[in-house]
Design a protein around this ligand. Structure first.
Ligand SMILES: [Fe+2]
Ligand SMILES: [Fe+2]
Length: 366
């Protein structure tokens, strides 16, 4: 599906702040489980929204909202209360049993967001916590997907090790600004595909930047951040468009094409996000052949790091499973990118190929 330039849909849920959950609506809770709450089971059911269980792993025990577990269709249990807090043992048990989501009430969304920020703060600001653990706390969420990405690539062990190091670098950059961190955590809560794709684009962009050897440390960090935030605008695109399994209609495509502009708006006034990052977010779908969006910029005026994010983005999307097609292999993805003359910077195509082609490195250690 190479004609479809942009990953068009989050494989998992995206919900809008203040909006309704886009996931299957939970069935009503029985009156027994919700006795004494002052709301009917239907009211409660309508207000429940899913959150990822992994967010609670390593979190602070105190919560200022109630948490529910879906036991089955029409059957929810109130498992953690704002009065008693999290129970780590039970939490571990749920995770072990394969539970991936818990539920909170819509009206507790702000409290939940604060909880996420507090958890990240407690991990990242605790001087006793080692850098390794800090990185691990972020990466354990992406581990599985990263493993998939790397299992498809014939990359060397050194390359994989470098990936960890560069992610480490950009995480340390993020740590300086709690608001940036909040954006990232918000991304995490907005759907797995988007999150993993963001990490992948960031890491791939850094590899490409590194291999092209023309950047200083600061630019390198900017690129990591630009890759990470490039699709932040997706969080505001309606789910029927994002998750479409069919070719988008021209009207839907127009909406989709707004995501760089929306993304720019979303980080416009965020402190500590440099303008370079804004350029990358805004221009990551501009193509050298002047057929990109939103502004059909000519090659000469596209910010070079935005071209790096563009190619990393295309590559990441191609090797990912999407609602409308299966993932391509690394070799297939490289071929597609090589065939898309004019869409990608020619020099960067060569660099990407060098990094990811089989001949470019030894096989990853099993
Ligand atoms: Fe995009
Ligand atoms: Fe993207």
């Amino acid at each position: 599906m190479k004609g479809r330039a942009e990953p068009a849909g989050a494989a998992s849920e995206i919900w809008q702040p203040g909006g309704e959950s886009t996931r299957e609506r939970p069935a009503p809770m029985s009156s027994d489980e919700e006795r004494g709450s002052g709301v009917t089971a239907d009211q409660l059911s309508a207000s429940l929204i899913p959150v990822e269980i992994r967010v609670f792993r390593g979190a602070t025990r105190d919560i200022t909202f109630d948490v529910y577990l879906k036991l089955g269709e029409g059957n929810f249990a109130h498992v953690f209360s704002r009065n008693t807090g999290l129970d780590y043992k039970r939490l571990a048990n749920y995770i072990q049993k394969g539970v991936t989501q818990l539920y909170i009430r819509q009206e507790d969304l702000d409290a939940y967001r604060k909880f996420i920020e507090r958890t990240a703060d407690s991990i990242f600001q605790d001087p006793k916590v080692s850098t390794e653990r800090k990185i691990a706390s972020l990466l354990n969420m992406t581990e599985q997907n990263m493993a998939e990405v790397f299992s498809q690539a014939e990359v060397s062990k050194e390359t994989a090790d470098s990936a960890r190091k560069v992610v480490n670098n950009y995480v340390s950059l993020m740590l300086d600004d709690p608001k940036t961190l909040a954006i990232i955590l918000n991304l995490v809560s907005h759907g797995e595909y988007l999150y993993y794709h963001s990490i992948a684009v960031s890491v791939f962009s850094l590899f490409v930047a590194k291999a092209s050897g023309q950047f200083n440390r600061r630019t390198f960090e900017m690129i990591g951040m630009g890759g990470f935030l490039h699709d932040v605008g997706y969080t505001q695109i309606p789910k029927d468009i994002l998750e479409s399994e069919k070719e988008l209609t021209p009207e839907q495509w127009e909406v989709m094409k707004q995501h760089p502009t929306i993304g720019l708006r979303m980080i416009e006034s965020t402190p500590n996000i440099p303008d370079e990052v804004r350029y990358m977010v805004y221009q990551h779908h501009e193509y050298p052949n002047a057929k990109g969006y939103p502004n059909k910029l000519r090659n000469a005026v596209i910010y070079h790091p935005a071209k790096i994010v563009e190619i990393a983005d295309s590559f990441s999307a191609l090797i990912s499973n999407r609602p409308f097609r299966k993932a391509y292999s690394v070799a297939e993805a490289l071929k597609i990118i090589q065939s898309e003359t004019g869409k990608h910077d020619a020099q960067l195509v060569k660099i990407l190929t060098q990094i990811f082609s089989r001949s470019g490195g030894q096989k990853a250690a099993a």
